[in-house]
Design a protein around this ligand. Structure first.
Ligand SMILES: Cc1cc2nc3c(=O)[nH]c(=O)nc-3n(C[C@H](O)[C@H](O)[C@H](O)COP(=O)(O)OP(=O)(O)OC[C@H]3O[C@@H](n4cnc5c(N)ncnc54)[C@H](O)[C@@H]3O)c2cc1C
Length: 535
């Protein structure tokens, strides 16, 4: 099992104008990362997620005193097991060892103690499972690739885990419109590989692509690395099928671009984090695979220069700009230290990763050269490199994509995924650094700058209550004061549900609670997650 993987991109070597040659790293530095380093590209293929992380188990979530008490759901009996074994023979997991990795989240910060995992293969089986659970008042947690970062994908107590791993079939693909219909358990990277063979790509991409499922992506409304170009899942998902807690199959699986008949029910399930129903199939609009892809990594002296480069980028690269990511020096240090990746540039306070994707190599090359020359001449960037072939593109992307993984090696990680007006975005990292002083091991800032999305991460050797007290509510209050959102793309899950009021009005939360009650009157779907209980 892997998290990230091949970034199959048709790379074409560009020739550079005289101005731009000055930007490209020295041959020696290039050889260091791409040719000579034993880590080089080979280390981009990630290891099994649980092998790569701290082997120490987190304490059971139910022991977090005063957070939650178990709601009065039924407990699984032998009779229940017999029912499930008859329904999906050979796909009922009760072995404690086999359940371990499904009870612990990717960050290894929360741990449930489910005694039962079910592996349905189709919608009908999901419907029968949910109907039975609802009748018996058994709580369930839908689980995709279990790469979620807010503790939503694992049980809090003994909820039954419904894994979508065996629901991994492509149902259809329309070569003309680019609409893909598939089951919810398809792994994002596998879908992308399937589409590349047909001249298309998925409209989303994230560091966890080798493990996360498309159903999990939609349930979390994942953002990721291509949102700047292709927009959010709220726009690209054309339709979906979901099973409601009482077993009803809600078929909204059409592939139309335009459909104005009543409420857009699929939107309810996008970002619902398994609390309203289980998404079983999806229809998604996929863009054509770009034939020309370039990636530039640039060094910058200050955050204000990063912002100026962003403006310049939008002016000069326009429609071919497909990603604008940033990371600070501390996050570059963390991938170098823990994953032994090589930074090809000189040390800089900030780095920018820019990707262009288009249909004409010559046209893109000209645009990129003009942009790079201007950025260099105006002193906005101090160093840089451009990668045009696939392996080098992968190596450069790894420096940004693998920060999450590297941080997990650094110690206990306090994660904040925030939307903040872009000009204020880095001020929070600086203030947090000053506030925490030496009590934190690291304070790092990186993210999808093009989308105004900051990932503020703090690490310490082990979990520290005093650090949490210094961070919360400070981070949330700061974000709310600056009109931001306390969850840009990861969702609220178990960890953040009670902080929803920093970003949503009481009236909005109340309406969410009413909707939850309507669809899931017994509250069996992923309890203790996403929205505060209505009491
Ligand atoms: C290295 C790394 C990089 C990441 N990068 C990004 C990033 O750039 N952008 C981003 O947005 N996120 C990112 N994430 C977070 C995570 O990958 C996403 O949230 C992803 O969408 C989760 O998919 P999953 O299949 O792993 O879902 P899971 O973790 O299994 O589940 C997540 C939530 O969705 C629910 N769920 C899962 N499947 C279904 C279903 N079929 N029906 C209903 N509910 C369901 C679960 O109950 C849970 O609440 C990253 C994570 C890692 C580890």
């Amino acid at each position: 099992m892997k998290l990230g993987g091949d970034r199959e991109t048709a790379g074409m070597r560009l020739s550079f104008s005289r101005h731009c040659v000055a930007l490209i790293w020295s041959k020696r530095a290039r050889a260091r990362i791409f040719n000579e380093s034993p880590q080089g590209c080979a280390c981009i293929a990630l290891r099994c997620r649980f092998m790569s992380l701290n082997p120490v188990q987190p304490p059971p979530t139910q022991d977090h005193k005063g957070i939650f008490t178990r709601l009065p759901f039924s407990e699984v009996t032998d009779k229940d097991l017999t029912f499930f074994k008859d329904l999906i023979p050979g796909r009922v997991v009760t072995d404690e060892d086999d359940l371990k990795s499904h009870n612990i989240d990717w960050l290894r910060t929360v741990r449930g103690h489910s005694k039962l995992l079910l592996r349905p293969k189709n919608t009908e089986e999901v419907s029968n499972i949910l109907k039975y659970c609802n009748d018996r008042n058994l709580a369930v947690t839908p689980q995709g690739g279990n790469t979620g970062l807010v503790g939503g994908s694992v049980p809090v107590f003994d909820e039954i885990i419904i894994s979508t791993a065996l629901m991994d079939k492509v149902i259809s693909f329309d070569q003309v419109s680019g609409s893909l219909v598939c089951q919810c358990g398809c792994i994002l990277e596998s879908l992308n590989q399937y589409l590349e063979g047909q001249g298309y790509i998925m409209p989303l991409d994230l560091g966890a692509k080798g493990s996360c499922h498309i159903g999990g992506n939609i349930a979390t409304n994942a953002g990721g690395l291509r949102l700047l170009r292709y927009g959010s899942l709220r726009g690209t998902v054309l339709g979906l099928e979901a099973v409601l807690p009482n077993g009803t199959v809600l078929n909204c699986l059409n592939s139309l671009r335009k459909d104005n008949t009543g409420y857009d029910l699929k939107q309810l399930f996008i970002g619902s984090e398994g609390t309203l129903g289980l998404i079983t199939a999806i229809s998604i609009l996929c863009p054509r695979k770009p034939s020309s892809v370039n990636v530039a990594l640039l060094g910058c002296e200050s955050f204000s220069k990063v912002l100026q480069v962003f403006t310049l980028c939008r002016d000069l690269l326009g429609e071919i700009l497909s990603a604008f990511e940033f990371q600070d020096l501390e996050s570059m240090n963390v991938v170098q230290t823990h994953l032994k990746l090589m930074n090809p540039l000189q040390e800089s306070p900030f780095y920018i990763l820019i990707e262009t994707a288009g249909s004409s190599a010559q046209h893109d090359e000209e645009k990129l050269n003009v942009f790079l020359a201007k950025a260099l001449e105006s002193g906005l960037v101090n160093s840089g490199t451009v990668a045009t072939d696939q392996s080098k593109i992968k190596s450069v992307w790894a420096l940004r994509e693998r920060i999450t993984e590297a941080l997990a090696h650094d110690g206990y990680v306090y994660k904040y995924d925030l939307s903040i007006p872009v000009e204020k975005l880095y001020a929070l990292v600086e203030e947090t650094r000053v506030r925490l002083g030496r009590t934190a091991k690291r304070v790092v800032g990186y993210g999808h700058l093009g989308d105004g999305n900051l990932h503020l991460n703090i690490t310490s050797e082990s979990h520290s209550k005093s650090l949490v007290a210094a961070l919360e509510p400070f981070v949330y209050e700061w974000t709310a004061q600056h009109c931001g959102s306390i969850s840009a793309e990861h969702g609220l899950g178990f960890k953040k549900r009670n902080h929803i009021y920093y970003s949503k009005s009481p009236e909005a939360v109340q309406l969410m609670q009413i909707l939850k009650k309507l669809l899931d009157p017994k509250g069996i779907m992923n309890p203790y997650k996403t929205i505060p209980s209505s009491g």
